[in-house]
Design a protein around this ligand. Structure first.
Ligand code: LIP
Length: 280
């Protein structure tokens, strides 16, 4: 961040909360009775709606005013480098298919990262540091927030934000497990095979369809663990910090940095047990 003052984490969090709330309000109140698919990406079922684009535009425009020197990495618009050493990582609608179908579990996910290795280049989850993050769930008026080293909180409506503490985790047989699946048929077959091995060994499964909310659910103990292969950086950047700051262990499937190649989040006692179970 040459020539730029060290960022105040609380100021960054306030910006993340503000832009996530504004975009969440747009997406919630602007939902037409029938949401149309505007485009598809990696497969015919990997869809983008006009609201994905509108939400990302709103966030980018607000950040251009509030944080003009920072970079931007969004699901729909790609990467725009900045000069401050910070990059905002944004999923304008995480859980787009849920939104398309009128299901409630979707969010606006906003995180800000620094990356000493990549500097002004596109940040990489393997080397980035997530400084602050906000996951806005307008359907239930919940906002999940975290600051690096400053803990994680959830606020519902006008109530004060309450601190999050991830439970240690139950035995495997009592584990309520969350996961997700990719859009590619071959990958889904492989993911189903992994799940088939796990299902007899856990309590039950939840498939929320929104990685950021899966991670916040782990932070709050609403599920005991979440794993997924093939996530995009914007899917998990903010939720990763919420879970980590709540005390969850969040890695890839081998104990390294979480990324597109794998993400596993669970309480400290359950994480190694589930890591072994996933390894077969
Ligand atoms: C979604 C993720 C979810 C995954 C879906 C999809 P999107 O992100 O949050 O965990 O299972 O396949 O990738 O595409 O709605 O932003």
């Amino acid at each position: 961040m040459s020539g730029h003052p060290a960022p105040d984490p609380q100021e960054l969090l306030a910006v993340a909360e503000e832009v996530a709330a504004a975009a969440g309000e747009l997406v919630l109140t602007g939902r037409p009775d029938r949401v149309e698919v505007a485009a598809t990406k990696s497969s015919p079922t990997d869809v983008v709606t006009a609201m994905d684009h509108a939400s990302e535009r709103l966030v980018a425009e607000r950040l251009a005013v509030l944080r003009p020197d920072d970079g931007f990495l969004g699901e729909e618009g790609g990467h725009r480098p900045g000069t401050s050493g910070l990059t905002w990582v944004v999923d304008p609608i995480d859980g787009t298919v849920n939104y398309l179908y009128g299901l409630r579990s979707w969010s606006v996910s906003v995180a800000v990262v620094s990356d000493e290795v990549h500097g002004a280049g596109r940040p990489d989850p393997a080397t980035w540091t997530v400084l602050a993050g906000a996951v806005r769930d307008p359907s239930v008026d919940e906002t999940w927030t975290a600051v690096r080293g400053g803990g994680a909180r959830v606020r519902r409506g006008g109530s004060p934000a309450r601190p999050l503490r991830c439970p240690e985790g139950p035995e495997l047989g009592a584990t309520l497990l969350a996961t997700g699946f990719g859009y590619d048929p071959q990958r889904r077959a492989e993911q189903a095979a992994v799940l088939a091995r796990l299902m007899p060994r856990v309590r039950d499964l939840r498939r929320i369809g929104t990685a950021s909310l899966d991670l916040c659910a782990v932070a709050a103990g609403r599920v005991d663990a979440y794993y997924e292969l093939g996530l995009n950086p914007w899917d998990f950047a903010a939720g990763w910090l919420v879970a980590r700051e709540a005390g969850a262990v969040v890695t890839d499937f081998t104990g390294g940095p979480a990324g597109t190649h794998g993400l596993l989040a669970a309480g400290p006692r359950l994480h190694p047990v589930l890591q072994r179970a996933l390894a077969g």
